[in-house]
Design a protein. Sequence first.
Lengths: 270, 122
Amino acid sequence: MAVIVGILIVAFIAGVFGSMLGVGGGVIMVPVLSLAFGVPIKTAIATSIVCVIATSSMAQTSFASRGMTNMRLGMFLEVATTVGAVAGGVTAVLIEGRILQAAFAVVLFYVAWQMGRRRGDIVPVETAVMPSSYYDPAEGRQVSYGVHGLGVGFVLSFCAGNVSGLLGVGGGAFKVPIMNLLMGVPLKATIATSNLMIGVTAATGAAIFYGRGYMDPHWAVPAALGILAGARVGPRLAIRLRAKVLVRVFEIVLAVFGVLMLLKALGVGV
Amino acid sequence: MSQGAGTPEKHVMVPIERMVSRILMTGIAVSVALMAIGLVLGLFDRQGMPTHVVPLADLPSLLRSFDPAAYLSLGLIVLIATPFVRVLGSIIAFAREGDRRYVIITAVVLAVMCLSVLLGRA
């Protein structure tokens, strides 16, 4: 019983942060489950994938009703991430896991630095490509924007899908900076759209894990319930907080994630 | 800018947003209900909480005998299936809008999702 309550609390926190930043919360769930609760790694990954789906579905009900999710952009980039995830198996043969993890960490540090340098959100430019607008309560105004850099975004999303398919984590951590820094999507719309996208790759992974019998309801069910509760709260914070604050939190999370990846690459625990 | 025009906080959902929201909310509600039933059944079960999911083939018979693992498993299955249904629903919504390009894009996503599940099973 104490274990179930523990999982519920951890999952709730992961749900809040994962949905608030559009990264899914798997980053928190895998190490906590395997290190603190002694869950076997495959079961921990299976559980965390279920958590990503729960985050995505629940968060979207808040973001979509605010019109923050760019549905067309999401679907367009999902083509790249899903194909990239399938191709992950091919890359696994070509590059050694540790080198990939180290490269992943370096990219995370670079992205955290790039986002930090800005000290705020990007300035939206209205273009005719996938135009969208939403009301930002923190700024008290309507934000209108168009997307640019579709080609670059598509190619990099393919890479993001590829790497996350290989390492089992990290899709959202790349999707957010790609859309925000390279495609001109304001941070809140980026977070909302990333939240929609992560559910797709996670659902595919979860179906495979279920079929192979790695899913354990005794961990997955309390984790999913905790995440669902947390993912009710996270989007509200994302909607209410100033984009500047979200950028700062995101930067810190990326850096922590980078350190974890680097430790993994060096073969230290986690 | 449309600031000051009525209540700016109230966003009127376009059909695709409404479709996606409805599917996701239904998926969550059904899945939580099944997990809750499973947890309650598990509390009264002599074997305690199940630690394995039930294979799809055994699901119908175990559901009929009120096996806690079956209800927890079905709750997880519904949760996992929700994004698949969401993508399918998006295809329908784009088709109703007459946006042929996005019907194709979304159909490709669904096809790749199904393909990778099939490949992953092997």
